[in-house]
Write a protein that binds this ligand. Structure first.
Ligand SMILES: [Fe+2]
Length: 287
């Protein structure tokens, strides 16, 4: 780049940053100035060509076009670039609360409400698994009245919203009881590939990256006066632990899903057949 060009390039960056000087919001000013600075730095660092700039525009266009109210390809893109995990790490309260991880692209607002003991699998393929959660505050006191969203893939590695139609399965909302407990039947999580039919999948393919997520079940915990906890429970022994496509795994969230032999004397038909059981505690921090 010639000296004249370099000075023109820097002048453009300075002028765009200055253009936000009259923004009435201090926070928005900070964000947009920093975004401009780093976006321009990126273009300068790689000497972005016209073809590459256009390819980036087309990629974002395709990301928008394939997204809808059930599929958010922008979240997948954020996950695949590690931005989601980075943002979680910047904001989490791991000293006082359960470690957080990515929300992922398959959360659905307004999930069906269930009672403790119910089966959320609703016909999804998979091995029966009894999930038992205890929720406490940072001091270890049981927390009743926590809204808990749970969602997971089926045995083929697909979420309900990835199938045609409106049928929802292996997803539900609970409220913890006075002892802070939430317990329900679900299915054993399996490792699955992130969606490969959109720009996110194309990015992984073009860069020869692992497209798999280790087996996990999603949780989102909400209660007034406490910081939200968005997290997973991962299945110990999964071969993809250590190379999660979205960089979401945390050692503290890896759990034993125990294989339990059926008890022919049990009252509950599910307990009379072989199944899995998982017990875990979550902590929430005030704030
Ligand atoms: Fe997931």
């Amino acid at each position: 780049m010639s000296e004249e060009n370099r000075s023109r390039v820097d002048e453009i960056t300075d002028r765009v940053i200055e253009s936000f000087d009259n923004c009435p919001s201090d926070r928005l000013t900070t964000i947009l100035k920093a975004l401009t600075y780093h976006l321009h730095q990126f273009a300068k660092e790689v000497s972005l060509t016209t073809e590459e700039w256009m390819a980036g525009i087309d990629f974002l266009m395709a990301t928008g076009k394939i997204s809808n109210d059930k599929r958010n390809e922008f979240i997948l893109l954020s996950d695949l670039l590690g931005l989601s995990s980075l943002q979680v790490a910047i904001n989490e309260r791991a000293d006082e609360a359960t470690e957080s991880t990515v929300l992922g692209p398959f959360f659905v607002e307004g999930s069906r409400e269930f009672e403790n003991g119910d089966d959320i699998s609703q016909g999804a393929s998979g091995e029966s698994t009894f999930v038992s959660i205890k929720i406490t505050d940072a001091e270890g006191e049981a927390m009743g009245g926590v809204t808990v969203d749970v969602w997971g893939a089926d045995a083929d590695g697909f979420y309900d919203v990835q199938y045609p139609g409106d049928k929802l399965f292996n997803r539900g909302r609970f409220v913890s009881d006075a002892e802070g407990r939430v317990f329900f039947w679900s299915i054993l999580p399996v490792a699955y590939p992130v969606p490969s039919d959109g720009p996110g999948g194309a990015l992984l393919k073009a860069t020869s990256r692992c497209n798999m997520r280790p087996a996990h079940l999603h949780f989102a915990l909400v209660k007034n006066g406490f910081s939200q906890v968005v997290t997973h429970l991962f299945v110990d022994g999964d071969p993809y632990l250590g190379r999660d496509a979205v960089f979401g795994e945390r050692d503290s969230l890896i759990c034993q899903f125990l294989e339990v032999a059926g008890d022919p004397e049990a009252d509950d038909a599910k307990l009379r057949t072989n199944h899995y059981e998982i017990e875990h505690s979550f902590r929430m921090a005030r704030g």
